[in-house]
Design a protein around this ligand. Structure first.
Ligand code: GAL
Length: 395
C-alpha cells in the first residue's frame, strides 16, 4: 500500500500556505509548523456544548495563562450542526446562534477557532455531515473565520462497507479526505486540517499526502490511566511520519478531568510532549485547580512538545513495566522520559550512553524544575507508580 501512494506523498511542503504579512508582503508559513495547541469541547462536554460555554473557555484560556503558554485553538467538536437551507448552506443549531459572532469573539481574545465535520452524511453523534457539500461547507467555515477543521470519518464508514472491496473502501476514504483538502485550499484561508479516522489503514503513511496536518492514530482516549497509557505507549515506531506541518495525533488531553491522579496526568503530558503530539486540553478551563493549570502550562514541558526541530520521540528501552522514551531536540539536547507503568514506585536508571552521549551531560529534572548538574554515570531515581521522571539532557 505504501508504494501505491508514494507518488502522492509530498510531506511538509504540501502544508505551506501563502499568507499576507503585516505590511501586505507575501510570506510563506507552514500551517501547524509545531503540533497544534488549544482546547477541544468533546472530552468534557461531548454533546453539551454551546456558544456561552465556548466563550467561557476562550475567556479562561486567557485568564488562566494558557494563551500566554502557547495554547491557541478553541475547537468546537461534534453537535454544533443544524439544518441546511434551500441552497444547501449549513447552519448551526440553536446552541450556536451566531457562529461568525462567536469566531469574532474568540479572535478578539488573540485566539483561533476550530470546528468539526465528517465526510459522511452524518457525524458520529448523528448531526449533519459534509457529504456532497464539501466546497460549500469549506466556504461557509472560511466565511465564519474558522481556522481549524477536525474531519471525522464516522458516517462515511457505512458507505465504505458497500464499496465492494477493502481497496475500494480505502480509495473512497482517501478521495473524501482529498476532496475536503481541496475545498479548504480553495477558500484561500489557512485552516489546519485534522484527520480523524482512528489510525486505520496506517494513516501515518498517507495522512500528509491527503493534506492532513495531523491525523488521529488511535480510537478515543478516556480519562483513565489504563486507556491513556495504552494509547500513549502504543505510539512506538511512528516517529518518522511526523514533522512540521504533519503530526501523529494520539488524541486530546484528559488532564484536569479528574479521573487520573497528578502522577498519571504528568505521565500524560510528558508522553504527549515526547511524542510531539498536539496539546488539545479537554477539560473545563473555567474551573481549573491551580494544580491543573500547572500541569497544562509547564513551560519546559511545552518547550519539548513544541520543539522547533519537529522530531517525534520514540521508545529507547523497556523492561517489564518500565519504559524509557527519548526525543531529540533542536539544540542537540534530548528529552528523556523514565516511565513507570507499575502502580507502585520503582527504581529506574538512565544510562545516557544508551541514547548516544559520550562523557558528561547536563541533566535537568523538568517537573521538579531542578538542574541536577553534570553527570557521567547512569542516573538512578525512584519513579512514582504510574509516574514519570522527565529529564532534559544536554551534551
Ligand atoms: C469520534 C471522535 C471523537 C469525537 C466524537 C464526536 O469519532 O473520535 O474525538 O469527535 O466522534 O462525535
Amino acid at each position: 500500500m505504501k508504494s501505491k501512494w508514494r507518488g502522492l506523498l509530498c510531506g511538509a511542503s504540501c502544508c505551506a500556505a501563502l499568507m499576507l504579512g503585516p505590511k501586505g508582503t507575501a510570506e510563506t508559513s507552514t500551517v501547524a509548523a509545531t503540533p497544534p495547541m488549544g482546547w477541544n469541547s468533546w472530552n468534557h462536554y461531548a454533546g453539551k456544548i454551546d456558544d456561552a460555554t465556548v466563550r467561557a473557555q476562550a475567556d479562561a484560556m486567557v485568564s488562566s495563562g494558557m494563551r500566554d503558554a502557547g495554547y491557541v485553538y478553541i475547537n468546537i467538536d461534534d453537535t454544533w450542526e443544524g439544518e441546511r437551507d434551500a441552497q444547501g448552506v449549513i447552519h448551526p443549531n440553536n446552541k450556536f446562534p451566531d457562529m461568525k459572532g462567536l469566531a469574532d469573539y474568540v479572535h478578539g481574545k488573540g485566539l483561533k477557532i476550530g470546528i468539526y465535520s465528517t465526510p459522511g452524511p452524518k457525524t458520529c453523534a448523528k448531526f449533519e455531515g459534509s457529504y456532497g457539500h464539501e466546497e460549500q461547507d469549506a466556504q461557509t467555515y472560511a466565511g465564519w473565520g474558522i481556522d481549524y477543521l477536525k474531519y471525522d470519518l464516522c458516517g462515511l464508514r457505512d458507505m465504505m462497507k458497500n464499496a465492494g472491496s477493502p481497496e475500494a473502501a480505502h480509495k473512497m476514504m482517501l478521495d473524501a479526505y482529498v476532496k475536503m483538502r481541496d475545498a479548504l485550499r480553495k477558500t484561500g484561508r489557512p485552516i489546519v486540517y485534522s484527520l480523524c479516522q482512528y489510525g486505520n489503514d496506517a494513516v501515518w503513511q498517507w495522512g500528509a499526502s491527503v493534506g492532513g496536518n495531523l491525523w488521529r492514530t488511535t480510537g478515543d482516549i478516556s480519562d483513565n490511566y489504563s486507556r491513556m497509557a495504552d494509547i500513549g505507549f502504543s505510539q512506538a515506531g511512528l516517529a518518522k511520519y511526523a514533522g512540521p506541518g504533519h503530526w501523529n495525533d494520539p488524541d486530546m488531553l484528559e488532564v484536569g478531568n479528574g479521573r487520573m491522579n497528578t502522577e498519571e496526568y504528568r505521565t500524560h503530558m510528558s508522553l504527549w510532549a515526547i511524542l510531539a503530539a498536539p496539546l488539545l486540553a479537554g477539560n473545563d478551563l473555567s474551573t481549573m485547580k491551580p494544580e491543573t493549570v500547572a500541569l497544562l502550562t509547564n513551560r519546559d514541558v511545552i518547550a519539548i512538545d513544541q520543539d522547533a526541530g519537529g522530531k517525534q520521540g520514540d521508545r529507547v528501552g523497556a523492561e517489564g513495566p518500565m519504559e524509557v522514551w527519548a526525543r531529540p531536540l533542536a539544540d542537540g539536547s534530548k528529552a528523556v522520559g523514565l516511565f513507570n507503568r507499575h502502580p507502585g514506585p520503582m527504581e529506574m536508571q538512565a544510562d545516557f550512553r544508551e541514547i548516544g552521549y559520550k562523557g558528561k551531560v547536563k541533566v535537568r529534572d523538568v517537573w521538579a524544575a531542578k538542574d541536577l548538574g553534570a553527570m557521567e554515570a547512569p542516573y538512578r531515581v525512584t519513579v512514582p507508580g504510574h509516574g514519570v521522571v522527565l529529564l532534559r539532557v544536554t551534551p
